[in-house]
Design a protein around this ligand. Sequence first.
Ligand code: ADP
Ligand code: MG
Length: 478
Amino acid sequence: MSGDKYEAVIGLEVHVQLATHTKIFSISSAAFGGEPNAHTDPVCLGLPGALPVLNREAVDAAVRLGLAVGSHVRPRCRFARKHYFYPDLPKGFQISQYDEPLCEGGAVTFRLDGEVRQIRLTRIHMEDDAGKNIHDASGVSFVDYNRAGVPLCEIVSEPDLRSADEAAEYLRAIRTLVRYLGISDGNMEEGSLRCDANVSIRPRGESKLGTKAELKNINSFKNVRDAIEHEIARQKVLLGRGERVVQETRLWDPDRGISASMRSKEEAHDYRYFPEPDLPPVVVDEAWLLRAGAALPELPEARHARFLGLGLSAQDAQVLVAERPIGDYFDQALAAAPAHPKKIANWLINEVLGRVDDARKLMDQDVPVPPAALAELVELVEKGTLSGKLGKEVFGRMWQQRRRAGDIVAAESVSLVSDTSVIEAACQRVVERSPDEAARFRGGNVKLMGFFVGNVMKETGGKANPKIVDEILRKLLG
Ligand code: ADP
Ligand code: MG
């Protein structure tokens, strides 16, 4: 959009489903799926007289999230009723937080095209999820309340995002973060991560915000990008025609690639917020914060910086921090072969990651090549016992047969031939066979070294130690 008259301004409201065992205010399972209405109880069904009891595990997850993004976690917060009517909301109100959210401030840090970006957060509050309406093809509608009462954290950003790509990257950073923290699976397809995008445009250089439209029904990273791109373009057309942007909620239709007005934007007073009378205020004391803070893992951005410090490329660092188990695997392999961070990264990215269907399973007990085994292979290659090519072959066998590199090398003599007499004989044969090339080499065409080395490798089935080959050839052709 640079060189453009308008600048886009975007703020996201991201809902994260917390992976707790039970619902936020009641005892039924918070697991995804299950037979419709199997995970229900009087509280989440909104039956008269049923009283909510706050799930400590959910608050703890939200506290961890708040600490990870540097929010101020309130020592005391409270819940509020947000009223609206919809069949998937049997209570007639959502239990959310309004004037006293759990977390305020903080920022999400990530990289966009190698540059560090920080998007400020307004707040993070807790609330219960609604059920799910299912519209049958025959025109009948059903409601599944399994999701009703599942704990959510809503992360509200400041309008700091400036492009669709940046918004998508921000959302990705949140997914990575909640997975690192182990508080959500961050799965967009299953709805554990959802977002509404608020979009406006304004003339470049203007500091006042333009009128925004809010986009709903965004359920994939592609949709985030597409919906926002489309909305920016739509608003530009309106302003270009001398019309105004109307403040409203719009529904993104991913199949048709367009959005349609859903309703004019509701105001806070429409919801008749008031403090939830059935729940006492939540108190998060110093001891709780200390405990939660001490249990935080190394966060993605800190890890990224550390990996760059080891000499890894930005691209490799990005891959290694994308999922926590990838970085954990890397770190364990590095501990076993500390001299070779770049080589370990290469082997991990090119050989290991290509063989697992889900990188999150990388640290499982049954991964065929555990980190220490990869480190052992890397050492063998770096020592010259194996060439890169042989190393790959050995790796393939390690993966298939669950064996260690040292064992394969010892049992099957796949290691490089370092016996100088064998190599010398091969070199001699090659040089004798190629008198013209030998003469040109001696005449100064040193590039022909590759030709000789290649032929010796062929002679020895790729098993000659290249360092020794090089030495002997130089002597013979010297
Ligand atoms: P509302 O009261 O309409 O819900 P909020 O002030 O609560 O609006 O903001 C909701 C989200 O919209 C936040 O993420 C915020 O950053 C974003 N936002 C607010 N104003 C604008 C704007 N003019 N353009 C883009 N995003 C905006
Ligand atoms: Mg709002």
